[in-house]
Design a protein around this ligand. Sequence first.
Ligand code: SF4
Length: 430
Amino acid sequence: MTEQTPPPPTTGCRTAPVLKQRGQREVFCGLTGIIWLHRKIQDAFFLVVGSRTCAHLLQSAAGVMIFAEPRFGTAILEESDLAGLNDAHAELDRTVEQLLARRPDIRQLFLVGSCPSEVIKLDLSRAAERLTQQFAPKVRVLEYSGSGIETTFTQGEDACLAAMVPVLPSSDTRELLVVGALPDVVEDQMLGLLADLGVGPVRVLPAHRIDDEVGIGPNTVFALTQPFLGETHAALERRGARHIAAPFPFGEEGTTAWLAAIAAAFDVPEETFTRVTEAPRRRARAAIAQAAAPLRNKSVFFFPDSQLEVPLARFLTRECAMSAVEVGMPYIHDAIHGPDLDLLPQGPQISEGQDVDLQLDRCRAARPDLTVCGLGLANPLEAEGLSTKWAIELVFTPVHFYEQAGDLASLFARPLRRKAILSPRVEAAE
Ligand code: SF4
């Protein structure tokens, strides 16, 4: 593997034909986002208005002890609520009153819709307005949907952030807003790089606390750190903010391109950019070269799941020497994913949406060396001898920016290493 990333392809995948599918999907629902958002927004509480299934999903996925006073919970809709025998709004008001009386630390309350609340058409926006009036200014009540009927699991964060944008105050200050929930250690690295470049003031959405929040206006420029923030992108543009389009900060190349786009918007001199990025770029390239050895000349197939698929395919093909067979995304937004598609060398089938049986047929026919997919598909494919990587792991693990670039390559290399270790033993056992 070369130490340098290859030059941009003359023709990327931005204008490649897209296979659009609208069949059965195999993905987690948007409630999953609460698992990382409740850690990030430290004065918030996420109240899911849903069923026992929703409560079990959150409890088991988040792995939080029930006596640990977590910052999320479920207002259970009983059968009588679903049958319309109770006044669900009155019950929700009572639950919220009890919660806020018991937890004075809560400053932001998110009412999170689910499949059951959507099916009975419970109007959570009306409830949020009513409860905001009741509890303002101490508590702000917002609502969004995490229902699995329409959302994939990362869209929960998108819906949450998009719900926050309209209530942020107005501002005329020229500021950079970095949008997307990152692990604190990664966020600190990013803020350190931007400070060294002389870019500022820099704000982050979501902020840790409501008092840290910023204003938005026509002088706000924003950069996304997560490729699944389509609604938030649209909401920010409606407030007059301007998006800095860039590849996403995965790998050495993506991070450099992301920082370069911001540096250009803030007139950072080229020598400053080179001085600040030279050493971390070198470290990232070395770490990738070491971690990605098992990936070289291997093929990868992406099922649509996390919405990270296009930037990750760009990273794997250009920085880890893999070839992509199919790159599936739940949704493709040109304004958000275009810069990564420009860099993705032509060849893979780009697909949007899912018809899972047809896609499984394509995957089985291609027999890729590595398949990136959801948990529900991984085990059956492993049983058929295909190596898989769980898409959800890529969202839960710190993978952005230079210092995590080697770890990102390692995440993909691990299933291939495991297979290489196990294969001789399996053959011997047979
Ligand atoms: S929101 Fe829907 S998909 Fe998600 S746990 Fe609840 S019932 Fe299941």
